[in-house]
Design a protein around this ligand. Structure first.
Ligand code: IMP
Ligand code: MG
Length: 210
């Protein structure tokens, strides 16, 4: 048994930590709420459409002899991309989703990736095409790839819509990538900033408004 004095000290320590975390959290929420911005178009709707058509030609060819193809979408950012891409795939395909935590409400990535919801499909001996909205530092995909490879799929390839290659911190083998984009925070076409702008039909960059 610890002396009562020490128990009180430990309790106060955790109370202070908790309070500090709450203050930091509130600070970020206020920061996000007061951040005024506009969205400047970076990639037009028709450019996305054309790029998806050419990606899907390659994908259809690559998987032409596949016995079972599963497209795995990482939610929520990839939901528009996956819907458009899936409709151009001509071979039989199943679709499933995973949710992994990424930025929360902030604009910078964390190396701590959490699986919030997993696949419903057994991927053993299956050809898996992992579809992601943006590859930035690469940490998110790195962890998801490790997890999925552990389940022994027949193959695992990645198709991302946007690639911020200049920001990469860990090597990721992207079989297909829609557009290489500069180090800008982007929204639209399923991609959000603090849960907003997913409905924009184009990809735009977030620009601070004074
Ligand atoms: P990574 O782990 O650094 O590669 O981050 C990838 C994840 O961060 C993506 O799945 C996106 O959800 C998110 N992300 C990266 N860049 C942006 C951006 O510019 N806008 C919105 N989300 C982004
Ligand atoms: Mg994402």
């Amino acid at each position: 048994m610890l002396p009562k004095k020490n128990v009180v000290k430990i309790k106060s320590f955790f109370v202070i930590i908790n309070l500090t975390l709450n203050v930091v959290n509130i600070y970020y929420i206020v920061l996000v709420m007061t951040f005024k911005y506009e969205v400047e178009i970076l990639i037009q709707e028709n450019e996305i459409k054309e790029r998806i058509e050419s990606l899907s030609n390659e994908i259809n060819y690559f998987y032409k002899n596949s016995k079972k193809l599963l497209v795995v979408g990482l939610l929520r950012g990839s939901f528009v991309f996956i819907a458009d891409l899936a409709r151009t795939i001509k071979i039989p395909v199943e679709i499933d989703f995973m949710t992994v935590s990424s930025y929360g409400n902030a604009m910078s990535s964390s190396q701590n990736v959490r699986i919030l919801s997993d696949l419903n499909t057994d991927i053993k001996n299956v050809d898996v095409l992992l579809v992601e909205d943006i590859v930035d530092t690469g940490h998110t995909l790195n962890q998801v790839i490790k997890l999925l490879n552990g389940r022994k799929p027949n193959s695992l390839e990645i198709c991302c819509l946007l690639n911020k290659s200049s920001r990469r911190e860990t090597e990721i083998n992207l079989k297909w990538s829609g557009f290489d984009i500069p180090d800008e925070f982007v929204v639209g076409y399923g991609i959000d900033y603090a849960q907003n702008n997913r409905n924009l039909p184009y990809i735009g960059k977030v620009v601070r408004k004074n």
